[in-house]
Write a protein that binds this ligand. Structure first.
Ligand code: G6P
Length: 481
């Protein structure tokens, strides 16, 4: 049966594992995008979620016709998938939107890039074709993230009747950064996005960056002799169709998160973490081991704190939960190794018989992360650039006794949390060390007050309402255009 509401995202709400007996078992998928969308779709029981088969077990499920209601997995050729996901989405688009290149050496756009780009197009085409097949007349299609930036344009050609929204969960690249891509790739990317009726971003900064990229010649100032200003647009028009650009800052569902954080398994882990801290104050960070999360500078700031404020030695521990991610890419493997090495160095330099300054935990355990959220005296959230960063929003919501949040100006969450967080320039290690000191020294009453206000800001737009607002706006634009 054709669907009225469709979501397309690279990662689906579930994945499969193949047991020794050859049976397929489904597991809930992980990650911020998946948990936000899964919560939102719980209130849209008719919706269909189209996603990619990510593993051999997922592909096997597609081949055997195993599926769950509301989910369709696409079995994309593994080489095409690898080129599109690792070769373009994670190695090029992620780096471009997060401003991560080591410029003297990267990026290099050669024949190999061109080949991968063609795979990215083919992978986007597979999604557009599946959506075109599954969508009812006039359906609403909500496409997610940088993996699928071409889908709106491709789907528009196949199905002019459907309404298309696209949401970007990452930052958007500044115009001068997007301009590094080969012209054909940059133009196709913007063309793909502009196939949508509505584009959503977490913050105005990312929306403005996108708008600045829609006509790069103008963005770079095609100066009219004698003109004294350049119009800055809030929408953009392509082939006489208007694409509306709007901001939907994703928040957390406070009741649900608190319920999750008070399950017996979390209490158990909390007790274990308390023992591990030995009564010290705790600075907590919870991240994928991701280049944009800036874990190394976070450790350098902690080292500077211990060096510059020796009164904290043996009185504080830094619990860094840094879960390895994207290990198919060498640069991520190197970064993971650098985090482990610097943690060990700090322990070597400052540790004593009774005190280990850095506790690095690399085994992903959601219940333990929630326990750490409850325990933290200080949260360190210092990404160089981040679409939103839900950790900064989750910690104040579940904190037991109040938590001071040291927050980067580069996180999307900065816009909503800046008043009550201690904000830092993510590159400024010394400023971050000072903010850690201030956070550790903050009077309890002030910390509790700030935490309350941070939690209120964090829960302003929970996932279900975040999704419903986009769907309502998309339907509205269907009536007016
Ligand atoms: C983070 C980003 C999302 C992105 C996801 C991909 O959660 O905020 O924008 O879609 O990573 O992660 P994956 O593990 O699926 O590559």
């Amino acid at each position: 049966m054709a669907s009225q509401v469709l979501v397309a995202a690279n990662r689906g709400p579930l994945s499969y594992v193949l047991g020794d007996d050859g049976a397929l078992e489904s597991r809930r998928g992980g990650g911020g995008l998946v948990s936000g969308l899964s919560a939102a779709l719980a209130e849209q029981p008719e919706a269909l979620w189209i996603c990619a088969a990510l593993s051999e077990a997922d592909r096997e499920a597609v081949r055997r016709g195993v599926s769950e209601p509301g989910v369709r997995m696409l079995d994309i050729d593994p080489t095409i998938y690898d080129d599109a996901y690792n070769g373009i989405a994670n190695s090029v688009l992620w780096f471009t939107h997060h401003v991560l290149y080591d410029i003297p050496r990267e990026p290099v756009f050669d024949a190999e890039f061109r080949r991968r780009w063609e795979s990215y197009e083919a992978y986007n085409r597979a999604f557009a074709e599946a959506l075109a097949q599954e969508a009812a007349e006039g359906a609403s299609v909500l496409v997610q993230d940088y993996h699928l930036a071409l889908v709106p344009g491709l789907l528009r050609v196949l199905r002019p009747d459907v309404r298309i929204a696209h949401f970007t969960h990452t930052p958007w690249a500044p115009p001068h950064y997007l301009r590094m891509l080969p012209d054909y790739a940059r133009e196709t990317l913007v063309w793909g996005m502009l196939g949508a009726d509505r584009l959503g971003f977490h913050t105005q900064a990312w929306a403005d960056a996108f708008l600045g990229c829609t006509d790069l010649d103008d963005a770079w100032g095609r100066a009219e002799p004698g003109a004294d200003r350049v119009e800055h647009r809030r929408y953009t028009v392509w082939k006489r169709r208007t694409t509306h650009v709007a901001v939907y800052p994703l928040g957390v569902d406070g009741d649900e998160l608190r319920a999750l954080a008070h399950r017996p398994e979390v209490d158990e882990r909390l007790a274990a973490l308390r023992t591990e801290t030995g009564g010290c104050r705790t600075i907590v960070r919870v991240d994928r081991t991701e280049l944009s999360k800036n874990i190394v500078r976070g450790l350098l700031a902690y080292r500077e704190l211990l060096a510059g404020q020796p009164e904290w030695r043996e009185r504080v521990v830094h619990m860094a939960f840094a879960y390895p991610s994207r290990q198919d890419l060498a640069v991520y493997r190197d970064y993971t190794a650098a985090v482990a090495q610097l943690s060990a160095q700090i322990n070597e330099e400052f540790g004593t018989a009774d005190w280990t300054p850095v506790h690095l935990h690399v085994k992903d355990d959601f219940a333990r992360s929630l326990a750490a959220y409850r325990l933290a005296d200080v949260a360190l959230v210092n990404p160089v650039r981040d679409g939103m960063n839900l950790v900064a929003k989750e910690i104040p919501v579940v904190s037991d006794a109040g938590c001071a949040v040291v927050l980067s100006q580069g996180a999307g969450a900065y816009g909503e949390l800046r008043e009550d967080a201690l904000t830092v320039n993510p590159y400024d290690v010394t400023q971050t060390a000072k903010a850690l000191h201030r956070a550790l020294s903050m009077p309890e009453a002030e910390r509790a007050e700030r935490t309350k206000r941070l939690a209120a800001a964090a829960t302003a737009l929970p996932p279900a309402r975040w999704f419903a607002a986009q769907l309502a706006d998309l339907r509205e634009s269907a009536q007016t255009s």
